[in-house]
Design a protein around this ligand. Structure first.
Ligand code: WQD
Length: 338
């Protein structure tokens, strides 16, 4: 297995995965429509790895344009990241989210069938578990109604892929359920680079740390948790990327359809993360306690034993590592990647 088509390959997780693939001798081919990524990321991948992967600026909901990529390349596997991913935005734009995320997944599996590509990794999310009945979450826990259209598209695409696998059991499909990706590439050249005000916690904290934002709002401190603030499984994005490479190895053993949680197996509260960031970077993060955010769950973290048992993979980096890398990236890119 050599040539890996990476859709959304210039995004936060996609670009880190491209680097991990190159480091392990794979040949990634990137397709990205630049809706939520910048072409400059390709230059930075080249700076870091001294390789400039083949890049197609294509919207993968466009079947004709995407087909050209399958015609021009001998693709051995697809890692499908491309999709809209802003939880809050999805509530106001359900049509765009269902259209974009479902169409792009259907285009990919349709073209895989046509061109005999047998291996797929799908970027799923912990949101498919909905409001967890118990934690830590295991892969056999029920997939239920997500709390927003973004999460619902992940639930639906998982269902589509299970049916596609039933129709063709010679396929090898991995559903990777990410928890909360954080951090940045240690070089500071790549990292989480949201448009506008960050929705996610760590990019918001990083922007407060460089003075771009004034003060962090902690959404609720009356949850049933050690300090009352939300608990999440924050995983370093480089660990997450390496989890994809470990999964590719697994697909070479023809496992059929497999599902893995990619997290650290540990829960961290919002305030614990804030304090870890302050300690790791010797900064002060001013915050106020604000009302709970609509759609938030109290506690959400993973049991990752299955990934360790079957992939030989587990997260290596600590929360402090991720806080240091995120701050380093933010300082080097105060106005995002240009
Ligand atoms: C984490 C915690 C907030 C911002 C979402 C998606 C998930 C994935 C990651 C796409 C919560 C608190 C946050 C802030 C805060 N997205 N918080 N103040 O909601 O767990 O997960 O992003 O792939 O699919 O569901 O991540 O970082 O927004 O929130 O207090 O300014 O931080 O309440 O407890 P979330 P998050």
């Amino acid at each position: 297995m050599k040539n890996i088509l990476v859709t959304g390959g210039l995004g936060f997780i996609g670009s880190e995965t491209v680097i991990a693939l190159l480091e392990k001798g794979y040949q990634p081919i990137i397709v990205d429509d630049l809706y939520n990524a910048k072409l400059a990321v390709l230059d930075r991948i080249e700076t870091i790895t001294h390789v400039r992967p083949k890049f197609y600026e294509v919207d993968v909901t466009d079947q004709a344009k995407t087909e050209k990529i399958f015609q021009e390349n001998q693709i051995d596997a697809v890692i499908h990241f491309a999709g809209y991913k802003a939880v809050g935005e999805s509530v106001y734009k359900p049509i765009e989210y269902y259209r974009n995320n479902l169409d792009s997944a259907l285009v990919i599996v349709d073209l895989m069938r046509k061109y005999g590509v047998k291996n797929l990794i799908f970027s799923s999310s912990a949101t498919v578990y909905g409001v967890p009945e118990r934690v830590p979450l295991v892969e056999t826990d029920p997939v239920s109604e997500a709390t927003n259209p973004y999460g619902e598209t992940k639930v639906m695409i998982e269902r589509i892929l299970k049916d596609v696998y039933k129709a063709d059991p010679t396929l090898n499909i991995a559903l990777l359920r990410y928890f909360n990706p954080i951090g940045a590439h240690p070089s500071g050249l790549l990292g989480e680079d949201p448009n506008g005000i960050p929705n996610n916690l760590l990019p918001y904290v990083s922007q407060v740390a460089i003075g771009k934002l004034k003060c962090l709002k902690v959404f609720g401190n009356d949850y049933p948790t050690p300090d009352g603030t939300g608990v999440r499984d924050f995983i370093h994005v480089v660990d997450l990327a390496e989890g994809h490479v470990a999964t590719l190895k697994k697909l070479e053993q023809n496992p059929g359809l497999v599902i893995y949680n990619l997290g650290t197996g540990k829960g961290t509260t919002v305030l614990e993360l804030v304090h870890a960031f302050e300690e790791a970077n010797h900064v002060k993060i001013p915050y106020v306690i604000a009302p709970r955010r609509e759609g938030d769950v109290a506690v959400n973290y993973a049991n990752c034993d299955k990934a360790y048992r079957e992939l030989g993979w587990k997260a290596r980096f600590t929360i402090a590592d991720a806080c240091r890398d995120a701050y380093h990236f933010q300082k080097m890119n105060p106005n995002g990647i240009q």
